[in-house]
Design a protein around this ligand. Sequence first.
Ligand SMILES: Nc1ncnc2c1ncn2[C@@H]1O[C@H](COP(=O)(O)OP(=O)(O)OP(=O)(O)O)[C@@H](O)[C@H]1O
Length: 240
Amino acid sequence: MMTDKVIETKDLVAGYGKMVILHGIDFYVTRQEIVTIVGPNGSGKSTLLKAILGIARVLKGKVYYEGKDITNERLDKISKMGVGYVPQTNNVFTNLTVKENLEMGAYTIKDKKEVERRMEEVLDIFPDLRGRLKQLAGSLSGGERQMLAMARALMAKPKVMLLDEPTAALSPKYVDLVLNKIKEIRDSGVTIILVEQNARKGLEIADRGYVLVTGKVAYTGPAREILEHPEIGKLYLGLK
Ligand SMILES: Nc1ncnc2c1ncn2[C@@H]1O[C@H](COP(=O)(O)OP(=O)(O)OP(=O)(O)O)[C@@H](O)[C@H]1O
């Protein structure tokens, strides 16, 4: 099936065990879009990513990747298909070096020379990591670690990247840096699904947005429309 939707969910009901968190989510992202998911704490933003990735359990509805049904498929299989994931926490191996972390990210690439080539491409996007290749990831600052986590996910040449609150707990300087990197990654051809607590900044770099409230899509549309909406921002996003 030909589709310009890279990821799509239809009437997605999902949660953990028997506990339902998402109540019928229709969601999509098209090629090279940045789509940002915002909403109050506990509204199910991370769970939506996890349901797409086969980590949370889909009880009803479908998840499609490039038109193929991947509902409840295993994470490793989904990764190999070209879906990258940067979890919110524990997203680097702290007891490995920066270089080893990057090599781990390329586990889908068999050829060693190809891994080296890919590492050069990724380090061109994250030049600050170049001087730190031998450093243990555990000794990086929070912002640097987040950069490494994104770089590691990029090593596998994903077509689409799912990022879960990459700016959480970062200083303002790093928030902007990380969001700019995400734009750069998109400009290099990768489709982006971003979960952000910082609704304004997350939507400012996005093409479209979804506002999740208690496991349902309360609003969706162009990111600018959400930012300028007279009520949505005030009601759900802490925007004025
Ligand atoms: N592994 C899990 N097992 C059981 N319940 C979970 C699990 N992970 C999350 N939940 C519950 O699912 C609900 C939605 O959580 P989720 O992390 O998706 O929200 P969120 O919108 O990402 O919130 P936040 O912005 O606070 O991270 C919460 O009530 C949470 O307690």
